[in-house]
Ligand binder design. Structure first.
Ligand SMILES: *[C@@H]1O[C@H](CO)[C@@H](O)[C@H](O)[C@H]1NC(C)=O
Ligand SMILES: *[C@@H]1O[C@H](CO)[C@@H](O)[C@H](O)[C@H]1NC(C)=O
Length: 398
C-alpha cells in the first residue's frame, strides 16, 4: 500500500461522509474531526469515526472469481432477468434509462454502441473479480482498517452494478436497432495487488473517458445527437469513479483541466492486446474497428520531466521500418510528433527511443502514444488513429 488506506482511514473523511445519509452520528464525528487541532486530514491524526460504514444497500453482489475470468455471473449477467435487473439497479443506486432505447442509429454509431458493450463487459468482469478479492481477503487485497475496507467494498459494489447496467443498456440499444448483442469474452487481469488493481482501473477508465468523447463526436456528426446526453451522463459517472481510484492511489481526484482524448480504435486495440483472452470473443468480428499492433512503453516508472522514452513493437522484418513517427496525445491539445531514434530489430521485436516533451506540454494524467506511418501534422486524435501502426502506449503521470 502506498498512501491509499492510510490516506482514507487517517482522514476518516470518506467513510464518515459516506455514512451521513444513514448514520446520523457520523455527521457530528466528521465535523468534530474537521474542526480538531491539526485538521485531522493526514495520516497519524485522530482515529476515523467508530461508526462502521453501512453495508451496501440491496441484495448481495454477484461475486465470482477467475483469471481468466468467464461469464455468466450468478445473477445471470450478461442476461439479466427482470428480477435480476431490479436487484442490480438497487445495488447500482439507480436504474437504466427508462424512456425507451434510441432507434434508427447510423451504422457508424452502432459500431460505437458495440464497442461500448464490449468495453463494459470487460469492466464488469474486472470489478466482479476485484470485489471478490477484496471481500474474501485474497492475499494482496486485504485492507486492515475496518471502515476503509467497508468504504472500498461499498464503492466497488456500486461500481460493479453500474457497469452491469452500462453493458446491459448498450446491448439493449443494439437489440432495439435489430442488431445482435455483443457477447462476452474471457478476460485476463494483470493486477496481483489492490494497489495494482486500482491503478489499472484508473488507466482503463482514463481510456474510456477519452473514447466516449470520440463516441459523442461520431453521434453528432451522424445526426444521432439525441444519444449525446446519455453518453455525457456516463462520462461524468466514470469520471466520479476515477476520482475515487486516483484518491485511493494518493493522487488528487481531478487529473487534468481537459481530459485526454482517445478514439474507438485505440480503446478497442488495447482491450484486445491487454485483457481479452485471444479467440474467446464469440462475435467481436461485428465490431468494425481495427486492432493495431501492441506498442510497449519500456520505460517505467516515468517521472514528470523531459526525457527520452524507450518503446518496442513486434515486427516481421529484419530491419527497422523507415518513415515512422511517434505521436503523443494528451488533453485536448494538438498531437505531438517526435522522431524515432536508435531503432533496432532483434528476435522479431523493434526497439526505439523517442523524446517525451513533458515540461513544455505538462503531460500529466493519461498520454496516448502511437507509432504512425506519417509525421503529420495532425489536428486531432482521429487523424492519428487513421495512420497508426502500433498503439496505444499508455503513459500515466500524476
Ligand atoms: C423492484 O421490485 C420491487 C418489488 O417488486 C418493486 O416495488 C420496485 O419498483 C422494483 N424497482 C425497480 C427499480 O424496478
Ligand atoms: C484477484 O486476485 C487474483 C489472485 O491473486 C489475481 O490473479 C487477479 O488478477 C485479481 N483480480 C483483480 C481484478 O485484480
Amino acid at each position: 500500500m502506498r498512501f491509499s488506506t492510510s490516506l482514507l482511514a487517517g482522514a476518516g473523511l470518506l467513510s464518515a461522509a459516506y455514512a451521513i445519509p444513514v448514520a446520523s452520528s457520523g455527521w457530528g464525528e466528521w465535523e468534530g474531526q474537521g474542526n480538531g487541532a491539526g485538521g485531522g486530514y493526514g495520516p497519524g491524526s485522530s482515529q476515523p469515526s467508530s461508526t462502521p460504514a453501512p453495508p451496501p444497500a440491496g441484495p448481495p453482489a454477484p461475486l465470482k472469481s477467475g483469471n481468466p475470468f468467464s461469464f455468466p455471473l450468478s445473477n445471470g449477467f450478461p442476461n439479466l432477468s427482470p428480477g435480476a435487473l431490479n436487484a442490480t439497479a438497487i445495488q447500482a443506486h439507480g436504474t437504466e434509462p427508462n424512456g425507451g432505447a434510441p432507434t434508427g442509429l447510423a451504422a457508424d454509431d452502432l459500431t460505437s454502441v458495440r464497442f461500448i458493450a464490449f468495453n463494459e463487459l470487460f469492466e464488469v468482469a474486472f470489478f466482479t473479480d476485484l470485489l471478490f478479492n477484496i471481500t474474501n481477503n485474497v492475499a494482496g487485497f486485504t485492507i486492515d482498517d475496518h471502515n476503509t475496507r467497508q468504504l472500498v467494498i461499498n464503492a466497488i459494489t456500486a461500481i460493479q452494478a453500474q457497469e452491469e447496467l452500462h453493458a446491459d443498456n448498450a446491448n439493449k440499444i443494439l437489440v432495439a436497432n435489430g442488431q445482435a448483442p455483443i457477447q462476452a469474452c474471457q478476460y485476463k487481469f494483470p493486477s496481483a495487488s489492490l494497489d495494482d488493481a486500482i491503478a489499472f482501473a484508473k488507466t482503463f477508465t482514463d481510456v474510456t473517458l477519452g473514447t466516449l468523447q470520440d463516441v459523442q463526436l461520431h453521434l453528432a456528426n451522424n445526426n444521432d445527437d439525441g444519444v449525446v446526453p446519455v453518453i455525457g451522463s456516463v462520462i461524468g459517472q466514470e469520471g466520479e469513479q476515477n476520482g475515487f481510484f486516483r484518491l485511493f492511489g494518493g493522487l488528487i481526484p481531478s487529473e487534468l483541466p481537459f481530459l485526454t482524448r482517445s478514439t474507438r480504435e485505440f480503446a478497442f486495440s488495447v482491450l484486445n492486446q491487454a485483457v481479452v483472452v485471444p479467440g474467446t470473443c464469440p462475435n467481436e468480428n461485428l465490431i468494425d474497428l481495427p486492432i493495431f499492433l501492441p506498442l510497449t512503453v519500456n520505460t517505467s516508472p516515468i517521472q514528470p520531466k523531459d526525457q527520452t522514452l524507450s518503446f518496442s513493437v513486434p515486427v516481421d522484418k529484419s530491419s527497422p521500418p523507415s518513415g515512422l513517427s511517434l505521436v503523443y496525445i494528451n488533453s485536448q491539445n494538438v498531437p505531438i510528433v517526435e522522431k524515432i531514434q536508435n531503432a533496432q530489430v532483434a528476435d522479431g521485436v523493434a526497439t526505439f527511443d523517442a523524446f517525451f516533451p513533458y515540461s513544455e506540454n505538462l503531460l500529466n494524467g493519461l498520454t496516448i502514444a502511437a507509432l504512425t506511418s506519417s509525421a503529420g501534422p495532425f489536428t486531432s486524435a482521429e487523424d492519428v488513429a487513421k495512420v497508426t501502426i502500433a498503439g496505444p502506449g499508455l503513459i500515466e503521470i500524476l
